[in-house]
Design a binder for this molecule. Structure first.
Ligand SMILES: [Zn+2]
Length: 575
């Protein structure tokens, strides 16, 4: 593995402790080529989000193979016109028997089909769809408030089970499609009739604790909703952000952002996917009692999760001897509230975020977490807090570690203060990438549909290791509950300023600072410097943890490293 990484990157890299062993790889490859309980491998996996597309492509439902009610629970055949037929199946005790019968019938009819492993939910959607257009049959009681509350409850439980970050309710001209964002991707979970979708949207809005306004789907409307669910005897507090907007030519979209709040234990820093140099860098940032730690990344980049873990670590370390104050709007961190006197100043609307921060500063804190430096007032207050000897944690928007420092300066931080010794503890820019189920992920030779959009060529051009060592999304298996993505891992870039970097940034020479950061031979306490998000993503790709397809979707084209980093490219050619 190490040799391969050397060949690929042209310099030494910290290898991942969690990388799957070659033994595991071999056993996966063996099990993937042997016959499964379903009588053979699926040709591809059904992404539920693709289903509506397929159904639009279907020529006629008469092309489907009729099946009895029992068999419909585990299998479906869809006629997709020129794309041939799809044989969908979900795992169950009867799947093998039902499939054997179906395949014999399809064979006798001379039908060309593709086998697709899927879930019971997707099959429900397939069969539900045929019933959805008959809205005329819905009675008043189907659409009443009394019917909507249990429906919302079911959806929220589903969102909790899937650990979904958002629920999308798309009320279209003919039907309503409900999707959930899980590990960063949308999944279709249910279809409803048009009227039911409208009734559900109205129910959620009028029951919001802060609105008191009538629901007008043709307007842009927002609301906040607090929900408490009891799941397996555990109380789960959900904070929902409701945003509705009209869509063209008819209908409207509701987005429900799902925030889990409350008191609990945050994930430990070493479980988030940082390498050992990065963990050491975070550890060092926490050692000093002053200075500012900046997290940077887009929505869904896991920066709140990391901040929660950092606060947990600080709380564990100081055991109640330090006062931690957090100002968030919306409050979205699970915080260790019992051990440490943490005050959550969450009222971002009535008093204003800056006012909440000012209030927190008066409360004699040692450590202040500012959810986001969103305006100059907050930025200046954050700088004051840093200069008066507090430890400050915060987030900013931006596309790199250098964007983050630029943003802080634009939002009121004085350049000479920020780059004085001891002010900037460090900057972390990160994104989250889906982790493949190691039981069913597939090597390139088993990706039967092939790689799209020239990825194959880009990999051959830029990856000098064995392409068969890479892994792609598998069909799903019992181990992952037929969801081949089992979680997410960070890909991060760190900026730990040394004297030279501070000098270059103080002189506002960003280009020279980036060159120095990228090309200097970093070691010791600065070892985390110099690696981009793409570098770390490629390391994890080489270890078979994440798919090249996901890197291209979320970070950058696989071969963009050299083009983006001319200095390194030249160094490699010369060397
Ligand atoms: Zn699996």
């Amino acid at each position: 593995m190490t040799t391969m990484l050397h060949r690929f990157f042209g310099r030494s890299q910290t290898s991942l402790s969690s990388a799957p062993s070659m033994e595991l790889r071999k056993s996966v490859a063996r099990s993937a080529t042997s016959p499964s309980v379903h009588g053979g491998l699926p040709d591809r996996v059904v992404n539920p989000a693709e289903l509506p597309l397929w159904q639009n492509n279907r020529t006629a439902t008469t092309g489907d193979i009729p099946m009895n009610q029992q068999d419909r629970r585990v299998a479906a055949v869809l006629d997709c016109g020129k794309d041939g037929h799809l044989l969908l199946f979900a795992p169950s005790a009867t799947t093998g028997r039902v499939l054997a019968g179906l395949e014999a019938r399809l064979g006798a009819l001379g039908v060309v089909y593709t086998r697709c492993a899927t879930t019971v939910e997707v099959l429900e959607i397939v069969y539900d769809n045929q019933a959805v257009p008959s809205t005329a049959a819905e009675t008043k009681s189907d659409l009443s408030e009394g019917a909507m509350a249990p429906l919302l409850d079911v959806l929220l439980r589903k969102a909790h089970d899937l650990n979904a970050s958002d629920i999308h309710i798309e009320v279209g001209p003919t039907r309503t499609c409900i999707q959930m964002r899980v590990h960063g991707d949308l999944q279709v979970v249910r279809h409803l009739s048009l009227l039911k979708g409208m009734a559900l949207s109205r129910h959620i809005f009028v029951n919001a604790n802060s609105s008191g306004v009538d629901f007008k789907p043709e307007h842009f409307q927002d609301a906040k909703i607090s929900k408490t669910l009891s799941i397996d005897g555990e109380v789960v507090n959900l904070e929902l952000r409701f945003a509705d907007m009209p869509t063209w030519p008819a209908g409207h979209d509701v987005t429900l952002r799902v925030l889990r709040t409350g008191i609990g234990t945050a994930q430990s820093i070493d479980s988030l996917g940082y390498d050992s140099a990065q963990q050491a860098a975070i550890e060092r940032m926490l050692q000093t009692s002053t200075g500012v730690i900046v997290m940077c990344g887009s929505t869904g980049s896991g920066k709140s999760t990391t901040l929660g873990s950092i606060i947990q670590a600080l709380s564990d370390r100081h055991g109640g001897r330090k006062k931690i104050r957090t100002i968030e709007d919306p409050p979205e961190l699970i915080l260790p509230g019992r051990q440490t006197p943490i005050v959550r100043d969450t009222d971002g609307t009535s008093r204003g975020f800056a006012a909440a921060l000012r209030g927190a500063m008066r409360g004699d804190p040692d450590i202040i977490m500012i959810g986001e430096v969103r305006d100059n007032e907050t930025g200046e207050l954050a700088m004051d807090a840093t200069m008066t000897g507090h430890k400050v944690l915060t987030t900013v928007h931006g596309g790199s570690v250098f964007d983050a420092v630029d943003r802080l300066i634009k939002k009121g931080f004085d350049r000479s203060v920020l780059f004085a010794e001891g002010t900037l503890s460090g900057v972390i820019y990160q994104t989250l990438l889906p982790v493949l189920c190691q039981e069913c992920c597939m090597p390139l030779s088993q990706v039967r549909m092939g790689l799209q959009n020239g990825l194959n060529e880009r990999l051959r051009r830029s990856y000098s290791g064995d392409l068969e060592d890479l892994r792609f999304r598998g069909p799903g298996c019992d181990a992952c509950g037929f969801n081949p993505i089992v979680g997410r891992t960070v890909a991060a870039a760190f900026l730990i300023p040394d004297r030279n970097l501070r000098q270059l940034l103080l002189n506002n020479d960003r280009f020279a600072a980036e060159e120095y950061w990228r090309t200097h031979d970093w070691s010791g306490i600065y070892a985390a410097n110099g690696k981009t998000v793409l570098d770390q993503a490629l390391t994890k790709m080489a270890a078979g943890l994440i798919s090249p397809v996901d890197i291209e979707a979320r970070v950058a084209p696989i071969d963009s490293q050299d083009a983006r980093e001319p200095a390194r490219f030249q160094a490699r050619v010369v060397g």
